[in-house]
Design a protein around this ligand. Structure first.
Ligand code: KG4
Ligand code: ZN
Length: 348
């Protein structure tokens, strides 16, 4: 029997961040983040306008051990009681680097390993360092590869009530940024230009559609919205002129308004139907200020409690994987290195 206090080494490498974190158990039995190291490949992928899978895997290979070493700090590897690792969904070549490193560590240290779904990790990013969590929780997860509304009935019990039918929210931000020649990743820059436009006291005259807002489901669709932006750009550049910075900022503002309204309204309707104890916003797009503000305003004015992850836990990181693993450990849902597998399309 393992009597050492829980100390998890968590590893995440599903896309373009190589990450490792140490999660400990506090005296009042909540998961505490003692370190959280992320090595981003963004500068590398900015040159190609997006993630090139093989380039990403090679970069993970280079940084995985230094990142783990940095996350350990003065902590001795022998004091680690569990390894946690992202087992999917994600880019298979990227996932394999973190996954095999984690397996090798669990094997050599002879300790249990906990495979974690990346989306589950995002949801748990909002629950780090919280003692008491009440269920059900409604989670809106919005990232570069994923968009969903999930009912979390208890720890680790999920029911997806809505999914994107096509592009993920972050993917739509990235594609719009590409159309406007704003670089990669698109979310932060689109959001910055939109804010600059609003800060001048302006409102966008361009109005983009709110896809499937009133279709009676909790699903999302963003590819038509991206096409609407493309059509607008073509229309405005038909005479051979390029777009001014001001028009680009207006398009960003109109696009962000449309995305935020759909996300907020669908979440509000789902909250009305399922009456959750709390609502969680998670995933890379959860760093979006407009979305955070509008969701807080609308949910709180309707009496719902919103839990927002801190901005540094919104993007991909290993702390969220370790926090989710902590709850698997409490349920004794732990595995041995030879019992686990990785899947690029792993479902929640
Ligand atoms: O969760 P994440 O780091 O990786 C995936 O699991 O996909 O999410 C990355 C996505 C990218 O599409 C990025 O453009 C988007 O999150 N993103 C944002 C913002 N910051 C990152 N989207 C909108 N506004 C932001 N401030
Ligand atoms: Zn993610």
């Amino acid at each position: 029997m393992n009597l050492k206090p829980i100390k998890i080494l968590a590893i995440e490498s599903s896309c373009d961040e190589t990450a490792a974190a140490i999660i400990c158990e506090s005296k009042d039995f909540s998961p505490v983040i003692s370190s959280n190291i992320v090595s981003s490949q963004i500068d590398m992928h900015a040159k190609t306008g997006g993630v090139v899978p093989e380039v990403a895997s090679r970069a993970h290979m280079e940084s995985i051990l230094p990142v783990i070493e940095e996350s350990l700090g003065n902590e001795k590897l022998e004091n680690i009681t569990h390894i946690a690792v992202t087992a999917g969904p994600g880019l298979i070549g990227s996932l394999l680097v973190g996954f095999n490193t984690a397996k090798a560590l669990a094997y050599s240290l002879d300790i249990p390993i906990i495979p974690i779904n990346h989306i589950e990790g995002h949801i748990y990013s909002a629950l780090a360092e919280r003692e008491k969590v009440e269920f059900p929780i409604l989670a809106l997860t919005v990232s570069g590869g994923h968009t969903s509304l999930t009912l979390v009935k208890d720890h680790l019990e999920y029911e997806n009530i809505g999914l994107t039918l096509d592009d993920a929210t972050g993917e739509a931000f990235d594609k719009v940024a590409k159309l406007l020649d704003l670089g990669y990743p698109g979310g932060p820059v689109v959001s910055k230009l939109a804010k600059g436009f609003r800060d001048q006291g302006k409102t966008a005259e361009i109005i983009f559609p709110r896809p499937i807002l009133n279709d009676g489901t909790f699903n999302f669709s963003f590819s038509g919205l991206k096409t609407a932006v493309l059509t607008k750009v073509k229309q405005l550049t038909a005479n051979g002129e390029s777009l001014s910075d001001n028009i680009k900022a207006e398009i960003c503002c109109a696009f962000e308004d449309a995305v935020v309204e759909v996300l907020v309204q669908k979440t509000l309707k789902a909250a009305e139907q399922y009456n959750p104890k709390s609502v969680i916003l998670a995933g890379g797009v959860a760093a979006n200020k407009r979305l955070r503000e509008e969701l807080s305003r609308q949910l709180e004015s309707n009496g719902y409690n919103l839990i927002l992850p801190s901005p540094e836990l919104c993007g991909d990181n290993a702390a969220m994987i370790g926090v989710a693993a902590y709850y698997h450990i409490l349920k004794n849902d732990i595995k041995s290195w030879n019992e686990i597998s990785v899947a690029s399309n792993l479902k929640l």
